[in-house]
Design a protein around this ligand. Structure first.
Ligand SMILES: NC(=O)c1ccc[n+]([C@@H]2O[C@H](COP(=O)([O-])OP(=O)(O)OC[C@H]3O[C@@H](n4cnc5c(N)ncnc54)[C@H](O)[C@@H]3O)[C@@H](O)[C@H]2O)c1
Ligand SMILES: [Zn+2]
Length: 715
């Protein structure tokens, strides 16, 4: 949810005519967002982006005050009532609040108030959590609820009386002795975070609107034309204000006494509200509630400070859209403090294990955040990609209180750990050395930050990718069994590991593949025939198909040629795997593998790790039981003109395909390379050969036409 605004002109150099145009543009854009937010309960941008638009508008209006007019968003509140609701005129307007973001803006507010009232000290101030919901005005006549209205544009709201009667926290009849004949009591409709999450889950399952946060969810639930829908939604209400009052229920009324009265009259008043006697007290409340924010069961987006004495409030009065006697101290929109409850490991499609922080849900920038990525083992330890410390080298532990950040569309991140809040006995996190999905052992390669599951053949997290690889062109290459079919068969639970492909036919009495959409008797028969044809497979294809990390087609061929037969390969691998330790491998089998020309330490390690995983062996055995023969690798010949030579094919070939050329060359003992170097013996150039040909000429490498090549290999 980022604002897609054009690079906006610099305010400092803005001329008046340009400012006019820019104001017009901003006003339209803000009005559009106001409608989406207030009328449709479905904002299109984050609150932070929205606030940035408003701040820009304010800055321009400040520079050109003559351009301000009454319809500017800086002068208005909310949005007009939506169609479909009866309109209600508020006896006393429902306004917005001025904003403060920094501590000194709060101090300035207090000083302004003090000066305005000509007092010697800052007057008593009530600090209230700013509940992130929507405000509601309730009109009581002779203690009975007669009308409920939303704020709307501040003067006219929407009639939601029937909807509000379904909210338990709103009394139909006021309690107590001192009930004014007429009173408009006000507060915030909101939804508990857990109720919001549960509601969203139900909505998602029913394919209904999913809300971005508890605020939108509360607003959308209240503003329903069908009252039974509102009744089914878990709405709550905190009372904290009032509009018209025929008289006050007490002598010398104050904000905090009125809150007490609201409580006695049958409302729920927020229990965190505190009476403060200095700016320091007020700021301390702000910090305390900020730290508590994530563990509160409802969302708050700041603190509202209100001058306590009502006679002072009256003297202070209003400026355009907000009272002079109150101010909202907002939390930084894109950061929030919360508790990291648990670290989970997610296994990717290729076996990479990524740690994810499970957080107590917290709303950051208008979106509920429950997870944050922790990237890898080093990141959790406080080590960055370059080996340098991050977060001042502080590690992340389960139970930590952390500051989460979300900027634009970026995945939420953990910016810092609040060390004072680290629970006694919190242990450094031990990154698991086992795959949480399949239980296979995991490895972290030299020079890499990522741990990977070695259960290539059996890990459900990797299954689809692995199976697709297994049937790919250079592996088993089964006609009629491509990526789409693999996905389908896997989704249905018919194929979990390679061996299952070969038992499809035997299970078909039960599976009935021919009844699948797009399949018929013939195509199923053809599929089974294609699968059967692959029960006999070349060793290098089998090795490649296993999906061992770093073993591509080239390495698979090197291995197949070196060992020759499946039995030789398997017994060598078992011997090497048996000798595998964390410190290394000194077995003869391993040394032999590591010494194969073209196979380096990284590849050798990966191969042995694969065979050291018992689960892979089981899956491989199951597969081998289904195969009829594994064809030994063709030994590279040493008696041909090109044996031991390195060849590069380039340009478009017309006498043979590149795959054919490569296969033929390799059969004759040549090595096929992808790029030209001093070690290249021949470059076979087809039509339109480009840079490789030029390079060959530069290096003096022999260049052959296709025909010359065919002649050389005796065709
Ligand atoms: N994302 C968008 O497209 C979009 C569009 C419009 C508005 N917004 C967001 O809405 C907010 C602006 O709305 P606003 O004009 O209502 O101002 P506001 O929400 O900043 O402040 C006024 C409101 O605070 C609420 N409030 C909660 N607790 C209170 C308490 N204890 N005492 C008094 N009031 C309390 C009341 O409902 C009151 O109407 C901003 O956060 C803005 O980012 C977002
Ligand atoms: Zn696994």
């Amino acid at each position: 949810m980022t604002a897609k605004t054009k690079p906006a002109p610099d305010i400092a150099t803005l001329t008046k005519p340009k400012a006019k145009v820019e104001l017009m543009r901003l006003r339209l854009e803000i009005e559009g967002h106001d409608k989406a937010y207030y009328q449709d309960d479905a904002p299109k941008i984050s609150d932070a982006d929205y606030d940035a638009l408003r701040r820009r508008l304010e800055a321009i209006e400040q520079k050109f005050p003559e351009l301000v007019n009454a319809s500017s968003p800086t002068q208005t509140v909310g949005a007009a009532p939506a169609r479909g609701f009866a309109k209600v005129q508020h006896a006393v307007p429902m306004l917005s609040l001025g904003n403060a973001f920094a501590d000194d803006e709060v101090a300035e507010f207090a000083l302004r108030v003090q000066r305005f009232l000509k007092l010697d000290d800052v007057p008593a101030i009530v600090a209230e959590p700013k509940i992130d919901g929507l405000s509601l005005s309730l009109r009581y006549e002779n203690g009975e609820l007669v009308r409920a209205a939303t704020r709307g544009d501040g003067f006219t709201g929407e009639d939601v009386t029937a909807n509000v009667r379904t909210i338990k926290d709103v009394p139909n009849t006021l309690k107590g002795k001192h009930i004014p004949a007429t009173c408009e009591l006000r507060g915030e409709v909101y939804m508990l975070k857990q109720d919001f999450l549960a509601l969203n889950k139900r909505q998602e399952e029913a394919n209904e609107t999913v809300f971005a946060n508890p605020r939108n969810s509360a607003a959308g639930s209240l503003r329903q034309k069908d009252v039974t829908v509102t009744a089914s939604r878990p709405l709550k209400f905190f009372a904290y204000a009032w509009g018209e009052m025929s008289d006050y229920p007490m002598e010398e009324p104050t904000q905090h006494k009125m809150l007490q009265w609201l409580d006695h009259a049958g409302f729920v008043v927020n229990p965190e509200i505190t009476l403060c006697h200095s700016v320091e007290d007020a700021l301390a409340f702000y910090r305390r509630i900020g730290e508590k924010r994530a563990s509160l069961p409802y969302d708050i987006d700041g603190v509202v400070y209100k001058v306590d004495r009502l006679d002072y409030q009256e003297r202070l009065g209003f400026v355009s859209r907000s009272p002079r006697w109150a101010i909202a101290h907002k939390f930084a929109a894109e950061q929030a403090t919360t508790v990291l409850e648990k670290i989970d490991i997610q296994v990717g499609r290729t076996g990479a294990m990524t740690p994810v922080a499970r957080l107590q849900p917290v709303t950051v920038g208008g979106v509920v955040v429950q997870n944050a990525t922790l990237h890898n083992e080093d990141y959790i330890k406080g080590i960055g990609n370059d080996g340098e410390p991050i977060r001042d080298g502080v590690d992340i532990r389960e139970g930590d209180t952390v500051v989460v950040q979300r900027a634009g569309d970026v995945i939420p991140q953990i910016v810092s750990v609040v060390m004072e809040k680290r629970p006694a006995g919190a242990e450094p996190y031990h990154f698991p050395h086992k795959c949480p999905v399949c239980g296979s052992h995991a490895v972290r390669e030299e020079g890499e930050a990522v741990w990977r599951c070695t259960g290539a053949l059996i890990c459900p997290a990797q299954a689809v990718e692995r199976l697709k690889h297994f049937v790919s062109r250079l592996a088993f290459d089964i006609d009629g069994l491509g990526e789409k079919q693999i996905e389908l068969f896997h989704e249905r639970g018919w194929v979990q590991e390679p061996a299952d492909i070969f038992t499809l036919k035997a299970r078909n009495a039960e599976l009935k593949l021919e009844q699948l959409e797009g399949y018929g008797e013939t195509s199923v028969r053809n599929l089974f025939a294609a699968i059967d044809a692959r029960r006999s497979i070349e060793l290098h294809r089998l090795v490649f198909a296993l999906g061992i990390r770093h073993v591509g087609e080239g390495n698979a061929k090197l291995l197949a040629r070196h060992y020759g037969t499946l039995d030789a390969f398997l017994s060598a691998m078992r011997a090497a795997a048996d000798a595998q330790t964390e410190e290394g491998n000194t077995s003869e089998a391993y040394q032999d593998l590591d010494n194969i020309a073209g196979i380096g330490d990284v590849v050798a390690e990966a191969v042995v790790e694969f065979f050291a995983e018992e689960r892979n062996i089981k899956a491989l055995d199951a597969l081998l039981a289904e195969l009829t023969e594994v064809l030994p690798a063709e030994q590279a010949r040493r008696d041909t003109a090109v044996a031991g030579k390195t060849v590069v094919f380039t340009g478009s070939l017309s006498k043979f395909t590149r795959d054919e050329a490569k296969a033929a060359a390799e059969r004759l003992g040549a090595k096929v390379a992808g790029s030209v170097s001093k070690k290249t013996d021949y470059v076979v150039a087809g039509e339109d050969a480009g840079s490789k040909l030029t390079k060959a000429k530069d290096l003096g490498v022999t260049v052959l036409t296709e025909d010359e090549w065919l002649a050389l290999i005796g065709n």
